[in-house]
Design a protein around this ligand. Structure first.
Ligand SMILES: Cc1cc2nc3c(=O)[nH]c(=O)nc-3n(C[C@H](O)[C@H](O)[C@H](O)COP(=O)(O)OP(=O)(O)OC[C@H]3O[C@@H](n4cnc5c(N)ncnc54)[C@H](O)[C@@H]3O)c2cc1C
Length: 228
């Protein structure tokens, strides 16, 4: 028997959105025939059902688990300074504060953004921290001044199919601003971003410096040699 799609949230469905955007999301769920179950904890997922904390059992043909972000335990096991959730603590140039020869970017890095707050784990943060790390590594190798590149978090973007989406801007504290954009335009922008990301993945050297740089003497390596 075909079962109607449902989305389950422990709290409110996407509580990080503004009231308007949350309403938009709710309407989209209604339009798509998705039942929204809020304030519902999931205790177990089995092959054909989902067991909720209140002892309800929901029949399910396919369950998609979207429980959030987790970081590999590798960095902590390797002795790097990490946060409670395992992210590598880095300085402004994405160097590990405990192991300066290690750079961390993306979800694995605990990086402070330009607003003085930790960057959230996201595609955008991965891009910004990646650019900063490249700048720093090239700077260290060539002796060039290391520029501070942008480390910002400005919006959340949700795709709701090809013709609908939500673009929610956030303030300096990372909280949703009251205004949001919903509908076709955010959906088109999101599709464009995904297309670009796919293209960039298949052209990994695009934008890399073509000009050859002279390598600077590496003081650490020389010191290591002398000591050895
Ligand atoms: C289903 C889904 C939807 C998402 N949607 C969005 C979205 O709409 N917007 C948004 O901003 N973010 C989204 N995210 C989050 C976003 O994908 C991540 O924040 C982003 O990819 C982080 O980039 P990263 O380079 O740090 O890690 P990743 O992109 O995860 O890359 C890490 C790479 O390291 C490799 N790796 C891991 N361990 C090892 C190892 N021991 N040895 C060798 N290689 C290893 C992995 O295979 C992987 O290729 C989504 C994530 C998921 C899973």
């Amino acid at each position: 028997m075909h079962k109607a799609p449902a989305t389950i949230a422990r709290g409110e469905l996407d509580a990080r959105l503004s009231d308007g955007a949350r309403g938009h999301l709710r309407q989209a769920c209604d339009r798509l025939g998705v039942t929204v179950l809020e304030h519902t904890g999931v205790e177990a997922v089995e092959a054909t059902r989902v067991l909720c904390a209140d002892a309800t059992a929901l029949a399910s043909d396919a369950t998609v688990w979207t429980a959030g972000f987790a970081v590999s335990p590798l960095a902590a096991a390797g002795g790097l300074e990490v946060t409670e959730n395992g992210q590598i603590v880095v300085d402004r140039t994405m160097r590990s504060v405990s192991h300066p020869n290690v750079y961390a970017i993306g979800d694995s890095a605990y990086a402070i953004g330009d607003n003085g707050r930790p960057l959230p784990m996201s595609c955008a943060s991965a891009g910004y921290t990646g650019r900063q790390a490249i700048e720093a590594i090239v700077g260290h190798l060539t002796g060039r001044t290391i520029a501070n590149t942008k480390l910002v978090y400005t919006y959340n973007h949700i795709s709701l199919g090809r013709r609908d989406g939500i673009l929610q801007t956030v303030d300096d504290a990372g909280q949703a601003k009251p205004k949001y954009r919903g509908g076709r335009k955010p959906a088109r922008i999101k599709a464009g971003i995904l297309k670009m990301a796919l293209w960039a993945t298949s052209h990994p050297t695009y934008g890399m410096p073509k000009r050859k740089h002279r390598l600077a003497a590496a003081p650490d390596a020389i010191a290591g040699k002398v000591l050895a």
